[in-house]
Design a protein around this ligand. Structure first.
Ligand code: UD1
Length: 423
């Protein structure tokens, strides 16, 4: 295993480029590999372990995937494999995305039931409900979800869950509905930028999806989808993480390749906290001319403040004056990073799904452990602001969703070394 050794206290300065969105490319690659009838080419694909894991799942189903200069060439499945086994699905929950497309294309699917993870239980009831509405018979037994049908048939449904719309269920059911007979209407659909990118990709393949970017999607089923060429949108969460990194080191950084509307809630909260964001055509310049101020943050589905930026925001606010309150409404157990931030000098207390972040004047480096992707990201960000050395272990979590994060940050002034655990 590897870890990051971070020498904190350096100021970030310069330009940093945002990569393609992890959460967009995962379902898009699934659609290309399972729903398409010919080769698709995806550009701006980040080099992440999650993309490699998904590629292994899709290759196991009979697709052929080649990576060349940041692009994926995806030849769709050519045999009747319909099983996504536990060994692969357990590495990445997003493997559940193959469920809907497999039933739509092959009439059956067997996908390992994904477990919970460090951010709490992650149910898939809405994925199953949506597919049942489309006429699939779904059964959960021996740790697998079995789904089958002669042909999916369009239906009206509401996919809103206990915690609001579901990104995963919307993507899964939308993909399945593209090949169903007749029209499907999904109310309570998620409208995150990566869902819109997936819908646009499906339309470019020949699907007929209306209402993109709204909470009601109308999908008229078509007989077949062809391969296409697509450039994946940029990663809003990676961009947000870099903006926070710039702010927490009191830097002067242009984060390139992101549009304000992709991260408007994050942008608003950061401005409120005293971070100066000057938007231009291709990105945003980040400076922090004043002492950071405490604010209130509540996570919510898009266009609300994304849960995937909650940890990074908490790291930043731990150095603001006064007490900030962060309420987590999407993944309600997502606070495992609190104890690690406190290890490097933050003063954060939990009250149920609220975190009270009492601002401190400085952080000091210590050994800490990444427990999930974004909890790992905040430790890198906070480690850059902490005095002395911070050692972040279990960085495989970070590599799942950030392409060469240390190289990118080092190119604008950070001091982060990737070393093997034994060193
Ligand atoms: C996706 C993102 C993840 C992000 C999350 C919320 C990917 C690969 N991952 O995860 O990074 O944190 O969106 O923006 O895109 N829920 C149910 N039943 C279901 C499905 C979800 O109750 O069948 C609940 C979840 O427990 C959670 C909420 O709905 O409370 C939102 O989850 P969802 O949007 O589905 O998250 P994911 O698609 O798993």
């Amino acid at each position: 295993m590897q870890k990051f050794v971070i020498n904190g206290g350096t100021r970030l300065e310069g330009k940093i480029q945002v990569s393609g969105s992890k959460n967009a490319v995962l379902p898009i690659a699934v659609a290309a590999a399972i729903l398409g009838d010919s080769v698709s080419v995806l550009h701006n694909v980040p080099n992440l372990t999650d993309v490699q894991t998904l590629s292994a799942v899709l290759e196991g189903l009979g697709a052929s995937i080649t990576r060349k200069n940041g692009s994926l060439y995806i030849e769709p499945i050519n045999r009747m494999e319909y099983e996504a086994p536990y060994d692969l699905v357990r590495k990445m929950r997003a493997s559940i995305y193959v469920l809907g497309p497999l039933v739509a294309k092959l009439g059956r699917a067997k996908v390992s039931f994904p477990g919970g993870c460090a951010i709490g239980p992650r149910p898939v009831d809405l994925h199953i409900k949506g597919l049942e509405h489309l006429g699939a018979q779904v059964e959960v037994k021996r740790g697998y979800i079995f789904a089958q049908t002669e042909r999916l048939v369009g239906a009206k449904m509401n996919l809103i869950g206990q915690h609001g719309p579901s990104v995963g269920a919307t993507a899964n059911v939308m993909m399945a509905a593209t090949l169903a007979e007749g029209t499907t209407v999904i109310k309570g659909a998620a409208c995150e930028p990566h869902i819109n990118d997936l819908a646009q990709f499906l339309n470019a393949m020949g699907a007929d999806i209306e209402g993109i970017g709204t909470s009601t999607l109308t999908i008229r089923g078509v007989k077949q989808l062809r391969g296409t060429e697509h450039s994946v949108i940029s990663d809003d969460i990676e961009a947000g993480t870099f903006i926070v990194a710039a702010a927490i080191t009191n830097g002067d950084v242009s984060v390139e390749g992101i549009a304000k509307q992709q991260i408007s809630a994050v942008s608003e909260r950061l401005t409120q906290a005293g971070v100066q964001l000057d938007w231009h055509d291709t990105g945003v310049r980040v400076t922090t001319p004043q002492q950071l101020k405490s604010i209130e943050v509540t996570t919510a589905p898009f266009p609300g403040f994304p849960t995937d930026m909650q940890a990074q925001m908490m790291g930043l606010l731990s150095l603001a004056s006064g007490t900030s309150t962060i309420t987590e409404n999407v993944h309600t157990d997502r606070f495992i990073h609190v104890a690690e931030l406190n290890r490097i000098g933050a003063d954060i207390r939990l009250e149920g799904r609220k975190a009270k972040v009492h601002g401190v004047s400085s952080l000091s480096g210590a050994p800490v452990m990444a427990s999930d992707l974004r909890a790992g990201a905040v430790l890198v960000v906070a480690g850059m602001a902490a005095a002395g050395e911070t050692v972040v272990s279990r960085i495989y979590h970070i590599d799942r969703g950030y392409e060469a994060i240390e190289k990118k940050l080092n190119s604008i002034g950070a001091d982060i070394q990737r070393v093997n655990d034994s060193e």
